[in-house]
Design a binder for this molecule. Structure first.
Ligand SMILES: [Zn+2]
Length: 278
């Protein structure tokens, strides 16, 4: 599932590929629903609308539109497991899994493809008009998120640190991959209670989360065109995974076999030596 760095990469890639005028001719919904019903009733509203901005919030893409009468509206897109955007080649027909198509006034067509259909595209009149965004925690790469903010958000949480970091209300955009990687690099056991982390632990974890995300965005940035054109498997930070998916392989730091456990139903990879229980 795309996490913050992949969604940021897709957002940057789409912004670079959009027609300069950013005026939509029309939108076509090729089915009525994905994970949630598609906002088919807003197709008329979007006719001739101007894309004011395309931004990322957590793991969501936010398309902000202004229509002909000056009203503002948002298409809020979650990529689910297999969602991706691509620009169709000139003579390319719409594919079986291209569920929503943006037809720009230039004649270009951008298709949202999602074979497994766990993604969503929802309508809102405000940037946080769906509950997942209204309740979302701070962006980890913004200045307002500090190690003190992180410590405050953990000190009353009794759950495992791994589980709390996956909660989008604590901090936005982290998923299983980057939480496993950040905890390894910070030397923190994934099942340690969140409330037991000291301010010093939080400083290390805070710096590590930001470093891992920045590095992944940089790695993804080099494959923007692949990611946007074909979606899915490329653009991840996968060549630099130290623990994620590496059960039984030697730890890159100490050589101990990487172990796997389940926390809150999610596979969790860690090194028992580098991430000792405290
Ligand atoms: Zn180790």
């Amino acid at each position: 599932m795309p996490e913050l760095p992949e969604v940021e990469t897709i957002c940057n890639g789409l912004n670079a590929m959009l027609p300069a005028s950013r005026v939509l001719n029309h939108i076509v919904f090729h089915r009525k629903d994905l994970r949630f019903p598609l906002p088919v009733e807003h197709a008329d509203w979007l006719h001739d609308a101007h894309l004011h901005s395309l931004t990322r919030r957590g793991k969501y893409l936010l398309f902000e539109w202004n229509n002909k009468t000056g009203e503002c509206g948002f298409l809020i897109n979650h990529l689910g497991m297999t969602g991706s955007w691509r620009r169709l080649a000139e003579t390319e027909p719409v594919g079986k899994h291209d569920h929503v198509c943006l037809h720009w006034t230039t004649g270009e067509v951008f298709a949202y493809r999602d074979p497994r259909r766990f993604g969503s595209l929802q309508w809102s009149t405000t940037a946080d008009g769906i509950s997942a965004l209204a309740e979302m925690g701070p962006e980890p790469l913004e200045k307002s998120w500090t190690s003190t903010v992180l410590h405050r958000s953990l000190e009353k949480r009794s759950g495992a640190i791994k589980q709390v970091l996956l909660d989008q209300k604590c901090v936005a955009g982290l998923g299983n991959i980057y939480v496993c990687e950040a905890l390894f690099r910070a030397g923190i056991a994934p099942d340690q209670p969140a409330s037991s982390l000291t301010p010093a632990d939080c400083t290390v974890l805070y710096r590590t989360i930001r470093a891992v995300l920045r590095k992944a965005i940089k790695a993804g940035g080099s494959t923007i065109s692949d990611f946007v054109q074909t979606g899915g498997g490329t653009g991840y930070f996968q060549h630099d995974f130290r623990v994620y998916g590496r059960e039984g392989e030697p730890c890159s730091t100490c050589g101990t076999a990487i172990q796997k456990m389940t926390i809150a139903g999610r596979g969790t990879w860690w090194c028992p030596v580098c991430q000792p229980a405290s």
